[in-house]
Design a protein around this ligand. Structure first.
Ligand SMILES: [Zn+2]
Length: 264
């Protein structure tokens, strides 16, 4: 954690696995009570991206929406590299993963997400000369917070501060895991149904996304939060985005009204 700022105000922070000591030292009960299944949703965030690219097929393509869908996680792991936002590993805290995301006000507060959404929407609107595309991209950015709110334990805020939110569906993996895979595959199927082209690229894309998700869920747990872990996450997002771009280049959307493609 060489990059991280030591926020020494709260005893025990930055010392993974020191729950018992935290308790004795009188850390706020909220901090202890909130320990539960947590971490970052990965594949489920791409569901709104598939839907957006398929529903507004004349707008930005899939890769733009893939970036939108994970924009605040791109930002989180980048800020974490510099110790501006923080997470830690709390071994044994959860059955599914030990990530404790305890300081992310700039990316995972609702206000912070909204600012990222507006900024990204404006960039897309100008870059693509497409105001509706900008709006849809902004909504996809915001969808990240909404999905996180459903699955995260309470580690999200409205605008930073003490009050935290999250329905904690990850406490019920038997529901959360099939649900996350289910919405992703349904959205992918919708994208495939609306578009035409070879099947190979999209199948390779969805296979690799599922593989990354499987590693996330069933692979070895990270033992330490730090640059290596953050770079791994950013690399996974980059790989997903490249695959989305590659897929989208090989998919076409038939014109509305059933007109044949010009090349036919
Ligand atoms: Zn997130």
């Amino acid at each position: 954690m060489a990059w991280s700022i030591d926020r020494g105000a709260v005893p025990g922070q930055g010392h993974p696995g020191s729950d018992a000591k935290d308790n004795i030292l009188g850390v706020a009960n909220r901090d202890i009570a909130n320990r539960g299944r947590t971490g970052h949703m990965f594949i489920g965030h791409f569901a709104p991206a598939f839907v957006a690219a398929a529903a507004y097929s004349r707008g930005p393509r899939l890769a733009t929406y893939f970036i939108a869908a994970q924009l605040v996680d791109w930002a989180f792991f980048t800020l974490a590299l510099f110790g501006i936002e923080e997470m830690r590993i709390t071994p044994g805290a959860t059955a599914m993963n030990p990530l404790d995301l305890y300081f992310m006000p700039y990316t995972h507060s609702l206000a912070g997400s909204a600012i990222w959404a507006v900024a990204f929407g404006i960039i897309v609107a100008i870059w693509k000369r497409d105001q509706l595309g900008g709006l849809v991209a902004a909504l996809v950015v915001l969808s990240h917070w909404a999905l996180d709110w459903v699955v995260h334990r309470p580690d999200l805020t409205m605008a930073g501060g003490e009050e935290t939110y999250g329905l904690g569906l990850w406490n019920y993996p038997a529901i959360a895991m099939p649900l996350e895979i289910g919405i992703t595959l349904a959205a992918f199927a919708y994208y495939m149904k609306r578009s035409r082209g070879p099947i190979g690229q999209p199948l390779i894309m969805i296979f690799i996304l599922l593989l990354l998700q499987a590693v996330n869920w069933f692979g070895p747990e990270p033992v330490e939060a730090g640059a290596l872990l953050y770079l791994q996450a950013l690399l996974a997002f980059a790989l997903a985005t490249v695959l989305a771009g590659w897929t989208a280049r090989n998919r076409n959307f038939p014109k509305r009204g059933g007109l044949a493609a010009p090349s036919a």
